[in-house]
Design a binder for this molecule. Structure first.
Ligand SMILES: [Zn+2]
Length: 276
């Protein structure tokens, strides 16, 4: 047996239950979350491997692809494509999602208006459309939801050693770099700034990957309520509000919505009573 197979066997023996489906299934595979393709130069952070059953591991390849491309969108510099993989990712996205580029690219007038609002100027030789932000079609929203749900459950598992239960609730608020450009910061992160939490380093072999992915986890002492804030370079950010107590977040959602009215509504990632 090779080293990789030995590692896998040991990992699955130590983590016998899938972290993503409420403790219903045995783990069969190792799931990387965030997906490895999101990271430059094949350097993804250590410790973001989670036990998954076959069903939870499969079927999100297209969303992973879309999110890998999206994570490389950087309005400030070319850094998002440091390893030159963006073009290849775009080709694959175009194959899996025909017409996606038309959907994410604003029209010339939309782009001009948007850039004017945000104070963006196209670089020499660039059109407004090329310098502008992407639009967010439903497919991209779905891909962010898939990522946020897995990441929240994975990090919850790592932190508590408990599987996030089916009766728990997960709410998502996420924002693109348009907020970052307009406000110079993510308003939601600012609102949550005073809530203390762990900010573990995201590292691989001594190389810090914070510029591509960083997060903060705030969790109650009873480990039944948490907020996960994650930022993916200059591309997008998200906040997941989670609770294992049935009904708690569902009843609080109105209050949470009021607090972040600027950043848009919450998406329900999981709830036994509210529609996702
Ligand atoms: Zn599963």
């Amino acid at each position: 047996m090779g080293a990789a197979a030995r590692y896998r066997r040991k990992f699955l023996a130590e983590h016998p239950i899938c972290a993503f489906c409420g403790g219903q299934s045995h783990s069969m595979t190792i799931e990387h979350c965030p997906p490895r393709a999101m990271f430059q130069d094949r350097l993804w952070p250590e410790g973001f491997e989670f036990p998954a059953c076959k069903d939870c591991n499969q079927g999100t390849g297209n969303q992973d692809l879309l999110i890998a491309m999206f994570a490389r969108m950087n309005p400030f510099e070319e850094k998002g494509d440091a390893d030159g993989r963006l073009e290849g990712l775009m080709r694959m996205v175009n194959k899996q999602y025909p017409g996606m580029f038309e959907k994410i690219t604003p029209s010339a007038s939309e782009a001009r208006r948007h850039n004017r609002e945000l104070g963006l100027k196209p670089a020499p030789g660039q059109t407004h459309q090329e310098s502008g932000m992407v639009k967010v079609p439903e497919e991209l929203h779905e891909a962010v939801c898939v990522l946020a749900k897995k990441l929240a459950k994975g990090i919850f598992y790592r932190e508590t050693r408990h599987i996030f239960p089916d009766e728990g609730c997960l709410l998502l608020n996420w924002f693109t770099n348009a907020d970052l450009v307009r406000d110079g910061k993510y308003i939601v992160f600012d609102l949550l700034k005073k809530i203390s939490g762990e900010v573990p380093p995201t590292v691989r072999a001594g190389k810090y990957l914070r510029d591509q992915f960083e997060y903060k986890l705030s969790i109650s002492p009873e480990q039944n309520v948490f907020i996960l804030q994650a930022r993916f370079g200059a591309a997008f950010g998200l906040a997941v509000f989670g609770s294992t107590i049935p009904g708690l977040l569902e009843s609080g959602i109105t209050r949470l919505r009021d607090q972040s009215s600027r950043a848009g509504p919450f998406a329900v990632l999981q709830s036994p009573t509210m529609q996702c």
